[in-house]
Design a protein around this ligand. Structure first.
Ligand SMILES: C[S@@+](CC[C@H](N)C(=O)[O-])C[C@H]1O[C@@H](n2cnc3c(N)ncnc32)[C@H](O)[C@@H]1O
Length: 245
């Protein structure tokens, strides 16, 4: 089943309320040389690459959502290319200064595919280049768990009501998100989209172990894109910066 198959404009509105795009772009820019190149795996609608292009960086975005890639291409900047592809099937001979995978996108890749993907990522980085990974870990899932969540997101003339149902499959380590989006426009139109996706639940040690066994050395870990320290309890975001060993 194709996931994230709804208009990119709706995702942009919801993302604005959930993420600090400026902090994310500032964080990534700190690992890029002037005019450097970034590869964004699971780039969504290209939000991060657009923010980086505005700072003078080029790059590539890869995403499996046709609608998101189409939005990104239309809103795109010179110097940024977008590829409609599953990250597990993506190959490139280009070498990047930074490879990133944000907003839990790595969790959307089945566990069995992670070692191969991360090993390929290591080969796409120039010597001294960095992987910036923002993967959800077990405590993020546990803390955020609610059997059903209703949130409202307003912007760009849209009111989006998101109904999310969450189911845990403990023996698979999979967290199923079954979302319904009701999108109301100021012109009175109402559209409805279904978005169901499985997330691979990873613990902090598993994320570190996967990186190390794929050829990375962990350089730094943060609890947020403003370079906050990770919480001693292990709660909150985990941003991992790694370099090829
Ligand atoms: C939560 S969104 C995050 C998007 C983007 N990283 C951001 O920060 O806005 C997850 C994205 O991963 C994409 N995705 C999920 N599985 C994928 C896969 N196997 N290959 C490529 N993209 C994938 C979805 O289409 C969606 O755009």
């Amino acid at each position: 089943m194709e996931t994230f198959n709804f208009p990119g404009g709706c995702y942009e509105v919801m993302r604005r309320g959930m993420r600090d795009a400026t902090a994310e772009a500032d964080f990534l820019a700190a690992y890029l040389p002037p005019g450097g190149r970034v590869l964004d795996l699971g780039c969504g609608t290209g939000t991060t690459l657009r923010a980086l292009a505005a700072r003078g960086y080029a790059g590539t975005g890869v995403d499996s959502s046709a609608q998101f890639i189409s939005y990104a291409k239309e809103a795109g900047d010179p110097g940024v290319e977008y590829v409609w592809e599953d990250v597990t099937r993506f190959h490139t001979s280009t070498v990047y200064d930074v490879v990133t995978c944000l907003f839990g996108t790595l969790n959307l890749v089945p566990y069995a595919d992670l070692p191969g993907l991360l090993t390929r990522v290591a080969s796409w980085l120039r010597p001294g280049g960095h992987l910036v990974l923002d993967a959800a870990h077990l405590l993020n899932f546990v803390d955020a768990y609610q059997p059903a969540v209703v949130t409202h997101h307003r912007g760009d003339g849209l009111l989006i009501t998101r109904l999310a149902r969450q189911v845990l499959r403990p023996l698979d380590g999979a967290w199923i998100n079954d979302e319904t989006l009701l999108v109301r426009g100021t012109d009175g139109t109402v559209s409805m989209y279904e978005n169901t996706f499985a997330q691979t639940v990873l613990t902090g040690p598993e994320i570190r172990g996967l990186l190390r066994s794929s050829g990375f050395t962990i350089v730094e870990e943060f609890g947020g894109f403003r370079k906050e320290s990770p919480a001693p309890s292990g709660r909150g975001p985990l941003i991992t910066v790694a370099r090829v060993s």
